[in-house]
Design a binder for this molecule. Structure first.
Ligand code: ADP
Ligand code: MG
Length: 982
């Protein structure tokens, strides 16, 4: 008979409203498996008991977002590669099993990439049993003495549990035994070698505080969620050859006799709003071995289904549900209390999730791709749910959590709503291939930790005090003992009872004397009535005392309840304080993590700034050196500029002088012409007047008559090529140019020697080579003379220059008689004084002082910067220090020496006798120079002319040239392009 109150209010509150608002974060643990081979690249490092660090593998070092190459993740605990299954169990699953025994639910996931050790962690292998076999073992170790007989607990099909009495249970057992030939005691069965030593006995755990006044039963279910369909792995599929069951996923097999694909199950909500798999097989198991065997059966079925339907097991989630039913025993301790409302069912779900890799990695195609996508979908939904939960909790929002989007999340939604403890083991494989996937797993796992789940409430199994069965037993024993003490061993009655009987008034003799004996019976009646009265009194007394005791007990009970309430209140407060402490601890943890991160960032920034500083220093250094170079170049430029300015100044001065001279010459010429014309006119006049008086003859120099001055240009003529003739002709043909005091005809003054002026000009013209362009042929003798022009570079001798004073300085020197003086005159060399020669040392101001130059040692010399007659008149030797830039860019100094002669007119003239060239040479320029000196004569000539030009230019102050002279500066400038200077 099933004693079940149908439609009765469920014992558990209809909605999960934990009486306390305490919450615990989802416990996330991380397990790092060892590498497959030791030489593989490892990208995970366990840096503390709670933290791991991920290193990007070598191939991935170029991080896109400039994120740190190392990332750290913290968990409740990290288990390194050496962690044993036992250690992991003790930390992760044992508390959940303890909870289970104490009527609390638990959910444990393994999450990670395929091959990361999820199954190893959850199931394990022989000798290395995982969390699942260990949990089963601990449960049975703890409850086996208190297990109910099979079928005493009987699951209804609505996620509830019913209780049967012993007799009904026995009947059910017999029925099952007759149907199947499963042996009654699993311990006697042969154990499958595949899972033979999943747990070694010495590693067994036991829960404390098991309520021995309760009876327990364990039920297991095993489901698989594949492609968002739920399959019952423990379903005993009846053989049905006619109508194969298939829900449309995959292709049904042709041969149904071998394999019937499982039918998918639906999720339902029970009256307590808990989700459950409708119609799912729940197998009652009585030992670890039996339970594990059932699991193994499901595992095999799963394997077969996967092979037959060509599915990958890594893409399905497997859920093993352990349900523990417990109900209080009745007062005798023989039967389970036949009250459904006193039955408590807690469950522990062990979930081996599908591999968390992305679709791309599975390389699935076609329908497989769809499957892979769905697997992702369910994991994605899990992630989304966690995210929304977290957001709701952190921001106080009330977003709907999309549990219903996938079966996995839908099935476990109650857990996240506070129906039990949730834990997750994140499995990671440190190999480099998994790095990117592992990163995602880590992020999800870290986020999961931030979700808080309401702490399950401590619920007593029933309204009875714990341990009452034992206490009852003790009480019974004590009572018996006392009674025995009272009554003693007399008549076998208890001592107490006999003593009590003795306290009654003794009965009178009850032997009746005869038929007329009227005394005995009434006396007996009286005595009995007396006894009855006493008894009644005693009963009343007893009842009174009992009532008193009862009220006392009730009072005590009330006190106790109050105390209990107080205690629970205090507990609540304590819990709140605990919670606060926990929150603060979490906050501290979070801040610590943050500060660690910031420290790391600071470190990196420090390094970066150091690098930048270094860069800055080098750049500054470079800038300084460049500035210095610039400065140097600027000063070089300035020096060059000033030199160029000097040169320009010189040239300008020279040209100004030259122009002035030419203008003067032209003026002179024109005046001369005018004079000639005047003269002619005069003569004509004379002839005309002579016609009147015949004895008058015109007076005119013969030369003047014959020679008409050729047309001449004011500009000098170019040097004919014959000028480049050999040096040998120099000495023999030394021309002596005499520069007498410059003649400046004064048109206003009368000119008695006018003829001599004209002859003077004509004589000059004879000496000057005519410009070929002007078409006039120079007379042979004049040409001969110019052949003697110097063209050697080194030393030139025998050239004579006549010096002349500058007229404007001394206008008083002008004398008319000079005009008649022939241009060439014997020179009077100044006699050397007894003290030796006296030098005029002429150094133009533009000269650069060069320390390296050999300085001429001239004692007693008069140093001048411009030639002056005064100085010349005091000396007999003249030296001009002339500087110029040679073709190779070096400064070349020339010492042009000459002797000073007195002119007949009282002026000074210098006959140049020697040119000394002093030059600094670098080896490079020397070779260049050699080359150039070996080149053709025209080249040589050009250079020589340049030299000549400059020497002449320098002497322009000291040397007066006649207008039209081809030795004037104009002649070089005209005929040859000026050499470029660097
Ligand atoms: P998953 O279920 O995540 O796909 P498995 O649990 O099947 O991965 O593990 C893959 C392989 O790695 C198995 O051969 C397993 O024995 C081994 N393995 C996983 N984790 C560990 C570990 N912690 N120690 C030793 N071997 C492990
Ligand atoms: Mg696996």
């Amino acid at each position: 008979m099933i004693r079940q109150a149908k439609g009765k209010t469920p014992r558990r509150p209809p909605l999960k409203k934990p009486s306390n608002n305490q919450k615990d974060p989802v416990g996330v643990y991380c397990r790092v498996r060892p590498l497959g081979t030791e030489d593989e690249e490892c990208c995970i490092e366990v840096i503390s008991k709670t933290t791991i660090q991920l290193h990007a593998p070598d191939g991935l070092k170029a991080n896109r977002n400039g994120e740190f190459k190392e990332t750290q993740y913290s968990f409740k605990k990290v288990f390194g590669i050496k962690t044993t299954q036992r250690e992991l169990y003790e930390d992760v699953a044992k508390p959940l099993v303890e909870d289970l025994i104490h009527c609390k639910n638990g959910l444990l996931f393994t999450y990670g990439v395929t091959g990361s050790g999820k199954t190893h962690t959850m199931t394990g292998s022989p000798g290395q049993g995982g969390l699942l076999p260990r949990s089963l073992d601990m449960i049975f170790n703890s409850i086996s003495p208190y297990q109910a007989k099979r079928y005493v607990f009987k699951p209804d099909d609505k996620n509830g549990m019913e209780v049967q009495n012993q007799v009904d249970a026995l009947l059910d057992r017999q029925k099952r035994d007759s149907q199947t030939n499963v042996p009654k005691t699993p311990t006697t069965r042969r154990i499958d070698p595949e899972f033979a030593d999943m747990i070694s006995p010495e590693e067994a755990f036991r829960a404390d505080g098991v309520d021995e006044d309760s009876s327990y039963s364990v039920f297991v279910s095993y489901i698989e969620i594949y492609n968002n369909y739920i399959y019952d792995l423990l379903e005993e599929t009846p053989f049905d050859p006619i109508k194969p069951k298939w829900n449309g996923v995959g292709t049904p097999l042709r041969n149904n006799t071998e394999f019937i694909p499982p039918q998918s199950k639906l999720l339902r909500e029970d009256q307590n709003h808990n989700m459950y798999v409708a119609g799912c097989t729940e197998v009652e198991v009585k030992s670890t071995e039996e339970a594990f065997e059932v699991f193994w059966r499901g595992q095999k079925k799963r394997r077969i289904a996967n092979t037959q339907l060509n599915r990958e097991s890594s893409r399905s989630h497997s859920v093993f549900i352990i349900k523990l039913a417990q109900a209080p025993l009745d007062a005798d301790g023989d039967n389970v209390l036949q009250d459904k409302n006193q039955v408590n069912v807690s469950q522990l779900c062990l979930v081996d999730l599908a591999g968390s890799e992305r679709t791309s990695r599975t390389r699935a195609e076609g329908s497989r791709l769809r499957e892979a996508g769905n697997i992702n979908q369910s994991l994605m939904t899990l992630r989304t749910c966690i995210e929304v939960l977290r957001e709701n909790q952190m921001c106080g929002t009330n977003k709907m959590v999309p549990y219903r989007d996938s079966k996995v999340t839908h099935l476990f939604k109650n857990y996240f709503d506070g129906e039990g403890k949730v834990r997750m083991v994140v499995c990671v494989n440190p190999k480099a291939d998994d790095y990117e996937e592992t990163l995602l797993v880590m992020r999800f796992a870290e986020m999961t930790q931030e979700v808080e789940v309401a702490r399950p409430v401590d619920r007593p199994i029933c309204g009875f005090a714990a341990g009452r069965r034992q206490r009852n037993q003790v009480f019974k024993e004590e009572l018996t003992r006392r009674l025995e003490e009272r009554g003693g061993p007399v008549n076998g009655e208890s001592t107490t009872l006999s003593q009590l009987l003795l306290s009654f008034p003794s009965l009178p003799p009850c032997e009746i004397g005869g038929p007329n004996d009227d005394i005995t019976l009434p006396r007996l009646i009286e005595a009995l009535e007396k006894r009855h009265k006493i008894r009644q009194m005693m009963v009343d007394e007893y009842n009174k005392t009992a009532n008193m005791l009862k009220s006392m007990l009730q009072e005590q009970d009330g006190n106790l309840v109050a105390k209990e309430n107080f205690i629970s209140e205090q507990h609540g407060r304590l819990g709140e304080k605990d919670k606060m402490i926990q929150n603060q601890k979490n906050e501290i943890d979070r801040l610590e993590k943050k500060s660690k991160m910031l420290e790391y960032k600071i470190d990196i920034l420090q390094k970066t700034s150091n690098i930048h500083e270094e860069d800055k220093r080098t750049l500054q250094h470079e800038l300084e050196s460049r500035e210095q170079r610039l400065q140097r170049e600027l000063s070089d430029k300035r020096r060059m500029e000033s030199r160029m300015q000097g040169i320009v100044c010189d040239t300008k001065l020279k040209w100004e002088k030259e122009c002035e001279r030419r203008v003067n010459a032209k003026q002179l010429e024109m005046q001369n012409k005018l004079w000639v014309k005047d003269e002619k006119l005069k003569q004509l006049k004379a002839i005309v007047t002579e016609g009147k008086s015949e004895n008058r003859q015109p007076q005119r120099p013969s030369r003047e008559k014959d020679k008409v001055p050729p047309k001449r240009s004011a500009s000098p003529t170019p040097v004919p090529s014959s000028y480049n003739s050999s040096q040998s002709s120099l000495s023999s043909l030394e021309p002596i140019y005499n520069f007498s005091r410059m003649v400046r005809p004064d048109p206003s003054s009368p000119r008695p020697g006018s003829v001599s002026v004209a002859s003077c000009i004509s004589e000059w013209e004879q000496r000057v080579p005519q410009c070929p362009r002007q078409g006039s042929q120079s007379p042979p003798d004049s040409r001969k003379r110019v052949q003697g022009l110097p063209n050697s570079l080194g030393r030139r001798r025998g050239r004579c220059w006549a010096r002349e004073h500058e007229v404007p300085a001394q206008p008083a020197d002008f004398e008319a008689d000079h005009m008649t003086v022939p241009p060439v005159r014997p020179l009077h060399r100044r006699s050397h004084s007894a003290g030796g020669e006296r030098w005029v040392d002429h150094k133009p101001t533009t000269n650069v002082d060069l320390d390296t130059l050999m300085q001429p040692n001239l004692p007693n010399a008069i140093k001048v910067t411009a030639a002056s007659e005064k100085a010349l008149s005091k000396c007999d030797k003249y030296v001009l220090t002339h500087q110029e830039v040679a073709s190779d860019g070096e400064i070349q100094t020339k010492l042009i020496k000459g002797e000073v002669f007195k002119t007949r007119g009282g002026g000074q003239s210098v006959q140049f006798t020697d040119i000394e060239t002093l030059k600094q040479e670098s080896p490079v320029s020397a070779s260049r120079k050699r080359r150039s000196s070996e080149s053709g004569p025209s080249h040589e000539g050009e250079r020589m002319d340049g030299d000549w030009t400059d020497v002449e230019t320098r002497c322009s102050v000291a040397v007066e040239m006649r207008a039209g002279s081809n030795l004037g500066p104009g002649y070089q400038h005209h005929g040859y392009p000026k050499r470029k200077k660097p």
